[in-house]
Design a protein around this ligand. Structure first.
Ligand SMILES: [Zn+2]
Ligand SMILES: [Zn+2]
Length: 152
């Protein structure tokens, strides 16, 4: 990933936070940058490790608080099945997400289907259930792995 692309992404996140009146602190920005640069789902421990490589020693609660903030601001999503985080592909608006997760290369593709979202909400309501949020995770094989290309 090119550095300028990462900076563009972080500046965009910064602008969004400014607009919402919330603070993207240096630490939150760093955590977001690590998740975005990973390009794959990344766990909290791995994030902590990468921050330590930068020479500092952040405490785990600091990282968890940063993750909480980023989730709350819809800048990242949590993949429950993998216990890992991914940067959101379209953080400018709140949305329910669907993820295609390749079990071979770990690639994650974020989908956004209002139709599927509506169907799930309708089904939940027929059971008297009030959904707060939902994330659909579909595991399988991505197009590249299906073609037999190794991702390395
Ligand atoms: Zn998203
Ligand atoms: Zn794959």
């Amino acid at each position: 990933m090119r550095k300028s692309e990462l900076n563009r992404f972080l500046d965009q996140a910064q602008a969004m936070c400014d607009e919402r009146g919330v603070r993207l602190t240096a630490q939150r920005r760093e955590v977001l940058g690590i998740i975005h640069a990973a390009g794959q789902p990344i766990g909290a421990y791995e994030i902590l490790e990468r921050m330590r490589q930068g020479g500092r020693k952040p405490a785990p609660p600091t990282v968890y608080r940063a993750l909480e903030f980023l989730l709350q601001e819809h800048l990242i999503h949590k993949l429950e099945t993998l216990h890992a985080y991914v940067a959101c592909s379209h953080p400018d608006h709140p949305h329910a997400s669907q993820f295609l997760i390749c079990s071979q290369c770990g690639e994650v593709d974020e989908l956004e289907s209002a139709g599927l979202d509506g169907t799930l909400s309708d089904l939940a309501r027929t059971r008297g259930f009030r959904p707060q949020s939902h994330t659909v995770e579909v595991s399988g094989t991505c197009a590249e792995c299906a073609q037999g290309k190794s991702a390395g």
